[in-house]
Design a binder for this molecule. Structure first.
Ligand code: DDQ
Ligand code: CA
Length: 261
């Protein structure tokens, strides 16, 4: 072999080696943007409320609470004082979950009882119930559908008339499934979802299921609470652009603002 041929061979081998190393390494993963928060106001919150659903509509705050043995309820709460102004209790066999308001009806899911309860918004009278498959966790709605989570990475879109599932959306962060989607809130074209047992809210593109960004709420949970007392509860006051969050058994409910981290 001539001297130049040997060099060409060496270069080719080195190139092949570098290619093999590059190909075996993980492809670079883009970071999903993370936002932080600033507390704008703090309000009392019933520390015995195992918060599973939270909404704010037309100046009224509604909360759905969970757990068995009669701890589950639907209530209207005074924001400033935290006082319960109106309440209905669920049967001790039902574990209340997410709530949403549709027209003048409040809908409340149950955890593992496959049962949704529909109430009159003003009187809290029970108007009807309907059944669904799997678990019920969070509930919200866009202009056309009810959107529910069940602890998996899949959101179900329900037709408000028939209560049938018309669409399923898998939530992905950079292509990886995001599980434990819990309490929900539809905010300005995004679905916001509490991630169970994490101080994170995922902001989801309802068309693609992609997590566009996270809201990192670490440091917000009050000290000294039990392990069950996780962040859960997002409510958006659309009329005034106010964002409220709280958690299970949290003694406070916060109005926060999203800020760069
Ligand atoms: N979920 O809110 C994540 C949907 C359910 C939380 C349940 C935690 C308490 C479990 C107690 C179970 C008693 C059988
Ligand atoms: Ca909510």
């Amino acid at each position: 072999m001539r001297m130049t041929d040997r060099w060409i061979l060496r270069l080719v081998l080195a190139g092949l080696y570098l290619f093999a190393v590059a190909a075996s390494a993980d492809p670079p993963r883009p970071e999903t943007p993370r936002f932080g928060y600033r507390i704008l106001a703090s309000y009392p919150h019933d520390p015995s409320a195992f918060t599973q659903g939270l909404i704010y509509v037309d100046g009224q705050l509604f909360e759905g609470t969970g757990h068995y043995y009669g701890q589950s309820s639907l209530r209207r709460v005074d924001l400033e004082t935290g006082q319960i102004e109106q309440e209905t209790r669920l049967s001790p066999r039902l574990f209340g979950e997410g709530i949403t308001l549709w027209r003048n009806r409040l809908i409340q899911l149950t955890w593992r009882e496959h049962l949704a309860i529909v109430y009159d918004r003003d009187s809290f009278a029970r108007l009807e119930t309907f059944r669904y498959e799997g678990e019920g966790w969070g509930l919200t709605h866009d202009a056309r559908h009810w959107i529910m989570s069940d602890g998996t990475q899949v959101l179900r879109f329900l037709d408000p008339e028939s209560h049938q599932v018309v669409r399923r959306l898998t939530v992905l962060d950079q292509g990886r499934p995001v599980r434990d989607l819990n309490e929900l809130e539809y905010i300005q074209g995004e679905v916001w979802a509490n991630l169970w047992k994490r101080d994170l809210i995922a902001r989801i593109d309802p068309e693609t299921g992609a997590v566009r960004s996270y809201l990192d709420l670490s440091g917000l949970a009050p000290d000294g609470l039990s392990r069950e007392a996780v962040l859960n509860g997002i409510a958006y006051d659309a009329a005034n652009g106010r964002l409220f969050v709280t958690g299970k058994y949290w003694p406070r409910l916060y109005q926060i603002e999203v800020v760069p981290r």
